[in-house]
Structures are given as C-alpha cells and as structure tokens.
Design a binder for this molecule. Structure first.
Ligand SMILES: NC(=O)c1ccc[n+]([C@@H]2O[C@H](COP(=O)([O-])OP(=O)(O)OC[C@H]3O[C@@H](n4cnc5c(N)ncnc54)[C@H](OP(=O)(O)O)[C@@H]3O)[C@@H](O)[C@H]2O)c1
Length: 377
C-alpha cells in the first residue's frame, strides 16, 4: 500500500516526497501532470533533484514510486478505469499538497483548488469504502484566516466565515478545508497551514522564485513603506516538509490542525533588513510607513505594464497584503509536538537571495542522464 501524494513536482511537495522516501521508507502513488510516463518521470526528476542524486531517484522510481499521469481538473484525474481502480486499491493514506497559488485567477483557483480537491476527496472516499483510510492530510495555508491586522492567530480562531479574504486563493483554500471536514467525517484528518514558505535553511538552492523575487525587489529599495517593527511570518520549507511527513506518519497526532509558521518568534522587518544589510556590507533601508499608500498605488499601476518591471510589480501586488498585516500564526502546537522550531529567516536569507540573484532566478536543472535505462523523453 502507498501514500497518494499530489503536488510532488511542486516546491513543498517535492520536499515532502523526498522526506517520505528517504526518511520514512514509504511507498508513494504520485499524481503528475504529463502526457505520458516518460514525461512524468522527467518532471519528477526535475522536482526531486534538489534532494536526491540520480541513482537514488531512479532506484526509488523502480521500487517504491508509482506514477499516475493525471490532472486534478479532469474527472477521475483523467485516468482510465483500470488506472483509477489501481490508485484506489493501493492507497492507504493521502497527502493533498497540489494547488493553484495563482492569487490573481478566480478561474484557476476554482478549478484546481475546489474541483481538484473534490476529486481527491472522492478518491479518498473510495479508498475508505474498500479498505479504510489511515489519514487524509490537507496542505492548506494561513491565508484562510482572511483579512487581519496586528494579531496572533491560533489554529482554532483562524476560520471565520463572516470575514473577507484577500484573494481567490485564500477563499478557495478555506472552502477546501471545509469540504474535507464535511466529506470525510469519520477519517482521521490533519490540516497543515504553512505561513510564507521561503527557502531551505540547509542550503541556498531553490527551485521556487516568486516570493524570493518579491524579497529581492524589496531588499534593493533604499526606502521601505513598512512599519519597521511589524513582524512577518516566514517559515523554512525544510521545517514545513518535516512537520507534514512526521505528523502524517504518526499514529495519533495531538491535533487536527497545525500552523506551520514562526508564530510569535517571527522576525520584524528591521531585524530582517539589518541582517541582510550586514551580510552585504550595505546600509540598511529607511522605513517610511506613511509611503505605504503611494507605494501600493505605484505597484498597482506598474502591475499592468508588460516586461520584468510589470511582472515584479504584479508579484508585489499579490503579496503586499500579507506583508503589511502584521499578523503571525501561533505555532505552539507544532513546535511542542515536534520538539523543533523553524530557523529564523535572518540566519539563511542572505545565501538564498545571493543564489537567486546570481542565477537570474532560475535553477539549472540537470538533464535525465543519457546512459540511464528506461530513460525519459
Ligand atoms: N509556497 C508557499 O509559500 C505556501 C504557503 C502556504 C501554503 N502553501 C500550500 O502548499 C502547497 C504547495 O505549494 P507550493 O508552494 O509547493 O506550490 P507549487 O510549487 O506551485 O506546486 C504546486 C503543485 O500542484 C500541482 N498542480 C497544480 N495544478 C494541478 C493540476 N491541475 N493537476 C495536478 N497537479 C496540479 C503542480 O503541478 P505542476 O508541476 O504540473 O504545475 C505542483 O506539483 C499548496 O497547497 C499551497 O496552497 C504554500
């Protein structure tokens, strides 16, 4: 039997897949968007090469990974009847990590997050019906807490249906949590809500650059439109993936929902910018909170432009509400249960920004080795 994991080609999902394979001896059923198995294997190799060398990856592929080429937005993931049955009958738990993070697109969030999660829940219900499901883990987000200001939010106080959301992403993820509760009433479930996941504390390399770009943009400004003592809840991806895999594999986690966040230990803008400036031997930026309105006006204006500036501004536009809300997410549950804490961003942020800048925000993927048997396209 295997864990059905969605989103394994993504940033967090690849960390989770590698942890499950390396640290937990798990077998995995992976849903991968691809035209054929060769393309799926190649896409997995790209996602997992941050974590595994090729021989190890290939060994896992042969022995403990079953790939299902499918799409969350197609009925039954677009699998044929035999493949779908095989997925149902070989799945004994689920980690649903795939999502659309496109905060600007109602359509994408509706299709991938709502319709896609419904498909995953349907699969889980079939598995539950035939042989029982050990656990359904849902990777959600702290953004389900909606519009906030100057708060420390606990897990139980996060969802309030009368509260407005910042974007379609947050709204659809909030409803995904609700759907999971309603459609799997008797299955053991765990909801994981990461905060801003930025970088791996163990090494500078990353394959995910959107949020890093926003940070590099901000780090280059001489004046920042923020309150210097506002906290920003950033968490390292290795902490997030470790928490998801450890708690998913545990017989009885203490809670049904966990914030995977830095909580009240979150650093302030001043702490972050001072650390970055020191590392670069530069002068730290000046904080002018009164410029927030004109700054966000300029960002909105520039976001409609084409090119790199327009792209940077559109990224900044979607992340800005999460940078100025001065809200952090209590993490006592996860830190107590795991006996570990996230690594402060100031301790690993500079190598991440340096790597990203030097590599022009691109990861140089290693190709599929030509000599490998069963080679991908
Ligand atoms: N990154 C963060 O800061 C953050 C913070 C809080 C919560 N989260 C949550 O963490 C989870 C993973 O996020 P991430 O940062 O790892 O995102 P990501 O790198 O964008 O990965 C998204 C994954 O979902 C898959 N996916 C998207 N649409 C799909 C579809 N139609 N069918 C099948 N698979 C599809 C992608 O597959 P392709 O490779 O084919 O595109 C990819 O594997 C999400 O649930 C997100 O809401 C992330």
């Amino acid at each position: 039997m295997a864990i059905f994991l969605t989103g394994s080609t993504g940033y967090i999902g690849a960390h989770v897949a590698a942890n499950l394979l390396e640290g937990h001896g798990a077998s995995l059923n992976l849903l991968v968007r691809a035209r054929d198995p060769q393309e799926a294997q190649l896409r997995l190799w790209r996602g997992l090469q941050l974590h595994l060398d090729f021989p190890r990856f290939f060994e896992y592929l042969q022995t403990r990974v079953r790939v299902f080429c499918g799409d969350l937005t197609s009925p039954g993931f677009g699998l044929n009847r035999d493949e779908y049955d095989r997925l149902v009958h070989t799945t004994d738990s689920v980690i649903h990590c795939a999502a659309s993070l496109n905060r600007k697109s109602e359509k994408s969030c509706l299709n991938v997050n709502l319709r896609g999660t419904l498909e995953v829940l349907t699969l889980a219900r079939h598995a539950e019906h035939y042989h029982g499901l050990r656990r359904f883990s849902e990777v959600s987000t702290v953004a389900v807490a909606g519009k906030r200001s100057n708060e420390v939010v606990t897990e139980d106080a996060a969802i309030e249906w009368d509260r407005s959301d910042y974007d379609p992403y947050a709204r659809t993820k909030k409803f995904c949590e609700h759907m999971t509760g309603v459609l799997l009433p008797d299955t053991p479930k765990t909801v994981f809500r990461p905060s801003i996941v930025l970088g791996d504390s163990r090494h500078a390399e990353t394959t995910q650059f959107d949020m890093v770009k926003a940070f590099v943009f901000l780090a280059g400004l001489p004046v920042l439109p923020f309150r210097p003592n506002d906290q920003i809840d950033i968490v390292n991806v290795d902490f997030v993936a470790d928490a998801i895999t450890t708690l998913h594999q545990k017989d009885r986690p203490n809670f049904d929902t966990y914030h995977l966040s830095s909580g009240t230990s979150s650093q302030t803008f001043r702490q972050l910018t001072t650390a970055l400036a020191t590392a670069q031997q530069k002068r730290a930026p000046i904080f002018l909170p009164l410029t927030e309105r004109p700054f966000s006006g300029s960002v909105n204006f520039l976001a409609n432009r084409k090119g790199a500036l327009g792209y940077g501004a559109s990224l900044m536009k979607v992340f800005l509400p999460y940078l100025v809300w001065n809200t952090v997410f209590d993490n006592a549950r996860v830190t107590t249960e795991l006996g570990r804490k996230p690594v402060p961003f100031s301790e690993y942020g500079f190598p991440l920004l340096k790597f990203s800048r030097e590599n022009h925000f691109q990861y140089s993927y290693r190709p599929w080795p030509a000599a490998a048997g069963g080679s991908a396209a």
